[in-house]
Design a protein around this ligand. Structure first.
Ligand code: 3PG
Length: 306
């Protein structure tokens, strides 16, 4: 019997778990859940006889891949697969996939939610600001960026984007202004929302040269990965741009310094919450389950990333 391990430190919603179980049950697969594990040794033990693995941001290291002697496929139920060692997986002949687009609305809704929270002074009762009429620049126009654009328009915001990998016509077709350089977009917007993957080209790429272009009092929103922002440069910007704010779904390593010095100009979720909705968990979890069955039964490699 094909055995699937779903390893999630941050568990899926109960409804999603039940639906994932039902999909594997119908296919005649065994499906085990390892949730909220405290130590990697629990993951290493659980994965050792699994044929397939579903994870979220759980780290799939060479050690995990070595322990998983029968493993054929790993699906990251989500978009970013920087938590999976692709080279080690490829060397072991393990297929890696993600489930693009399945949780993007959830992340985009959180982006606008955090923006309202910040613009209304953390709901502290004082007079805040509105989003209507302000300009948002979307840095990387993928599935999440596209959803942010749609929702921001509902707020009456002006929407712009920068993405050298997406044809300008495709962005313009959404009624979104295209910038040819990130610098120009950073200089023109009240909000910048980051949607870049974390890879060797993007890590620490949101640096002083870019952030110093931002308007006085502009807000940087990060629902991507903390690693894309250069944290020492971020502190410099806090010092120089007196009303600059940074709101992020992934707290920076220097969180305590920023929170202590600039409590009114930052907000960090307690843990990554963007994709933490029942709908996103169901969409991404079911897609992952179906992709595993499609690969094991028919060799379908749609969404393979290695
Ligand atoms: C993603 O890359 O899909 C998001 O960052 C969500 O990650 P999560 O599944 O750990 O919440």
């Amino acid at each position: 019997m094909t055995k699937v391990l779903v390893a999630t430190v941050k568990p899926f919603a109960k409804e999603a778990v039940n639906q994932i179980k039902a999909v594997f049950n119908d296919a005649g697969y065994e499906c085990i859940f390892l949730e909220k594990y405290q130590d990697n040794s629990e993951f290493l033990e659980a994965v050792k006889d699994a044929d397939a693995l579903i994870v979220r941001s759980d780290k799939v290291s060479p050690e995990v891949l070595d322990a998983a002697k029968n493993l054929k496929i790993v699906v990251r139920a989500g978009a970013g697969y920087d938590n999976i060692d692709l080279e080690a997986a490829t060397a072991k002949g393990v297929v890696v996939m993600n489930t693009p687009g399945q949780n993007s609305n959830a992340v985009a809704e959180l982006v606008l939610g955090m923006m309202v929270y910040q613009a209304r002074n953390h709901f502290n009762g004082t007079s805040g600001r509105e989003l209507k009429g302000k300009k948002i620049g979307i840095h990387a126009y993928g599935n999440v960026g596209k959803n942010v654009a749609r929702i921001a328009k509902g707020f009456g915001m002006e929407v712009a984007a920068f993405d050298p990998f997406v044809p300008a016509e495709a962005i313009e077709a959404d009624g979104v202004e295209v910038f040819k350089t990130a610098e120009e977009m950073y200089a023109a917007c009240d909000y910048i929302s980051l949607h870049l993957p974390a890879n060797k080209h993007t890590i620490q790429s949101i640096n002083y040269a870019l952030m110093s272009k931002m308007k006085q009092g502009a807000t940087l929103v990060n629902s991507a990965r903390k690693e894309v922002v250069h944290e020492d440069d971020l502190l410099k910007i806090f010092e120089e741009n007196s009303k600059f704010a940074y709101i992020s779904d992934i707290a920076p390593d220097n969180r305590s310094v920023i929170e202590e010095k600039y409590p009114d100009r930052c907000f960090f979720t307690p843990k990554k919450m963007g994709a933490q909705t029942a709908e996103a968990n169901i969409n991404a979890g079911i897609a992952a389950a179906k992709q595993i069955i499609g690969y094991i039964e028919n060799g379908d490699t749609t969404f393979k990333v290695n």
